[in-house]
Design a protein around this ligand. Structure first.
Ligand SMILES: [Zn+2]
Length: 318
């Protein structure tokens, strides 16, 4: 199958992939001849196949959200579910840091990688998008068929009565209980993908109880030590089942919650392409592995992958 015409590698500086020129960070980057050749191999492998896509923290680094598992990141140990529910001081510390981190995260914008995946969905190239990120940037970019595998940072759940609240509403409660806290802590230096800001003094922070039952509130995403809800896992498996290939972008696949979809696709003999800086736990299952910035790579693929016209024509009624 032939793919759509592409600029020759030698014409790269002027090359018109949308997204490159829009981002300050990406504008300065160019793809090398070798990188373009590698991306061409990906296009050849994936052309004509409906894709399931799995994304991780590496995709949001160009939106200013650090990837704490990336090759240049500071190791970090996120709180476990057991610590959160079992230790008052740790929970207070968690909410204080989340209060500051949330205000940072909500200012993040989607980057060219998120936009590229939204375009691919609009072109009918995707069976679905599974993300390990809780930052909502795929939805903000316009993707609609998304499984937020680990939940989202903008919802809060009560562990007592299971009422669900917007994070915005809880921010108002926390603000009233902790007047001036955000101003005192200033700009957090480092904010992790789960809205955990680097704030040290959290001893005087007051946690908001559930407005309905007074119970314990928890950001509604999956903590370490907690399982992804079964229906969500089933939806994600169904996307892989409906696909002709799996594309992994910006995930080191460190946790089983993501790695299992790679194993699932490999077991079905479907090609698996991994684009990630640094090693991943899924490398042994990959048909192709590219060590490349994910937003540049996805912007390239969104332009270069041909449509699925033949299959669509076969399905049309006339
Ligand atoms: Zn409640």
């Amino acid at each position: 199958m032939t793919s759509s015409p592409l600029p020759h590698a030698s014409s790269l500086p002027g090359f018109g992939v949308t997204g490159f020129a829009r981002e300050d960070g990406a504008a300065a980057r160019t793809l090398s001849t070798e990188q373009v050749a590698n991306l061409r191999s990906v296009v050849d492998l994936l052309a004509g196949k409906r894709l399931a896509v799995l994304t991780g923290a590496g995709l949001s680094t160009d939106s200013g959200i650090p990837d704490y598992r990336g090759p240049n990141s500071v190791p970090r140990n996120p709180m476990t579910y057991q610590q959160f529910v079992g230790d008052d001081a740790l929970r207070r510390r968690y909410w204080a840091r989340n209060h500051v981190g949330w205000h940072h995260l909500r200012r993040a914008d989607p980057n060219s990688g998120h936009r590229a995946l939204a375009q691919m969905e609009q072109r009918g190239l995707l069976a679905g998008l599974i993300t390990q990120n809780v930052d909502r940037l795929h939805s903000m970019a316009g993707s609609t068929n998304v499984v937020d595998l680990h939940g989202t940072y903008d919802r809060v759940v009560c562990l007592g009565c299971r009422s669900s609240f917007s994070r915005q509403e809880v921010a108002g409660l926390l603000e009233r209980l902790n007047p001036g806290y955000l101003e005192r802590t200033g700009n957090a230096g480092d904010v992790a993908p789960d809205a955990d800001a680097d704030v040290d003094d959290t001893s005087d922070f007051t946690i908001a109880p559930c407005p309905v039952c007074g119970g314990m509130l928890k950001p509604d995403f999956v903590y370490f030590g907690e399982n992804v809800p079964k229906d969500r896992v089933a939806r994600a498996y169904a996307m892989v089942d409906d696909s002709g290939a799996l594309l992994v972008a910006g995930s080191s696949l460190t946790v089983m919650s993501g790695l299992r979809f790679v194993r699932h696709a490999a077991k079905q003999q479907k090609p698996v392409v991994i684009i990630n800086r640094g090693q991943t736990r899924g490398d042994e299952f990959a048909s192709l592995k590219l060590e490349l910035g994910v937003s540049e790579a996805l912007a390239y693929l969104a332009e270069a992958l041909p449509g699925l016209e033949r299959e669509d024509a076969g399905r049309s009624p006339h």
